[in-house]
Design a binder for this molecule. Structure first.
Ligand code: SAM
Length: 284
């Protein structure tokens, strides 16, 4: 449990201050931290990936549930703080830290994270992402886990409200696009809470939201990266009719009409259209 006063003291003791560029807005509402951990369903022995543990408020709650936490922190000062402080709390779980960026490319997870997750990230393995995500890394990280790491079965995260809106967007809405279509094709999405800036120290400029993504036992698509490429292609011409982007064809599936625009299609319609009109990898 960490109040704003305690977080300020932890940073001040080490001559640190919050770094805006790294999205360092620390969650100071204990009830919300508990709700996020509860929603994740994490229990004793479960493997958890936490991105951006910061001063460790959420980490402590995960360790108190006897989880095996693999965390990745980019800020070296905070990484040292965590490594020095967490062992002194004698919490029951285990903690392993990757120092550095959680992403190794535009949409690739840092390989050191995978190696620390071990068999939990491999075939037949299982881990949960539980994190108050840094704003800049949120969307690429979620896409990487959704598309390339089926062992990540649950994601309980805090993101900008705008990202939460895109994740659960419905056809016809402004927020509807590639992120929501890919996410909804592979996971069920539930909003846990909306977080005004007062829930954080320092206060961010934006509203945040907690979201739960639960991987579908049977995804709507077997090839999420191909679906993502197809969506990007169609949404690049958002105002154009499908027939104009995809050309004349007589195999429109699921009642899709060539006069429709991409934003009108449901997720199952996108999946079906991608199967007949999607591109092969590398052809875009
Ligand atoms: N977990 C803490 C909490 O809930 O209060 C801090 C969350 S704060 C929103 C985001 C954290 O992510 C910061 O500790 C920041 O240093 C870290 N961070 C920012 N970019 C990162 C990246 N690319 N990879 C790993 N950690 C990153």
């Amino acid at each position: 449990m960490q109040t704003a006063t305690q977080i300020k003291a932890l940073l001040a003791e080490r001559g640190l201050s919050p770094r805006h560029a790294l999205g360092q807005n620390f969650l100071i509402d204990q009830n919300l931290i508990r709700r996020l951990v509860d929603a994740s369903g994490v229990g004793p022995g479960d493997t958890v990936l936490e991105i951006g543990p910061g001063t460790g408020a959420l980490t402590e709650a995960l360790l108190a549930r006897s989880a095996r936490v693999v965390a990745c922190e980019l800020d070296p000062g905070l990484a040292t703080l965590l490594e020095e402080r967490l062992p002194t709390l004698s919490l029951p779980g285990s903690f392993d830290l990757v120092r550095g960026d959680c992403l190794a490319g535009a949409r690739t997870l840092n390989p050191e994270i995978l190696s620390k997750l071990g068999p939990a990230a491999g075939p037949g393995g299982r881990f949960a992402l539980v994190a108050n995500l840094p704003y800049a890394a949120g969307t690429p990280l979620l896409l990487a886990l959704l598309m390339d790491h089926p062992a990540c079965t649950v994601m309980a995260v805090t993101v900008q409200r705008e990202v939460a809106d895109r994740l659960s967007a419905r056809p016809g809405s402004k927020a509807y696009g590639t992120l929501g279509i890919v996410a909804q094709a592979v996971a069920e999405i539930e909003r846990i809470a909306v977080l005004p800036p007062e829930c954080f120290w320092p206060r961010p400029d934006v509203t945040s939201a907690m979201v739960l993504l639960r991987r579908r036992p049977v995804p709507l698509t077997a090839d999420a990266p191909a679906l993502a490429r197809f969506c990007q292609r169609l949404f690049a011409a958002r105002r154009k009719q499908l027939g104009s982007t995809l050309g004349r064809r007589d195999d429109w599936p699921l009642g899709i009409r060539p006069t429709q625009r991409p934003e009108e299609l449901s997720v199952p319609q996108f999946v079906a259209l991608c199967a007949v009109a999607g591109m092969k990898p590398g052809s875009d």
